[in-house]
Design a protein around this ligand. Sequence first.
Ligand SMILES: [Zn+2]
Length: 91
Amino acid sequence: MTTPTRMNTRPSRIPMPQGPLPSLHACQFPMWDDKPTDKFCGKPTVPESSYCGPHHARCYHIYTPRQITDADRARRAKQARLNLERRDAAI
Ligand SMILES: [Zn+2]
């Protein structure tokens, strides 16, 4: 006799939407507010994405590191000195 386990007895926190899923070439961005429905954007997707252009742009952000200038380094060094002075004054 096997002992029942509690695994997989907990309901999913996010219920799956009801109804058919959109086709692979239709934007799969959910168009619901609070409760999942079968409403997806459905517009044609951009290449190699599950979303149309506007929704792809909304979901994916390209990271572009900012160049650190000499002024940034000077400001950081000044702030570090101030932090050390405040720490030493507090001791
Ligand atoms: Zn879309």
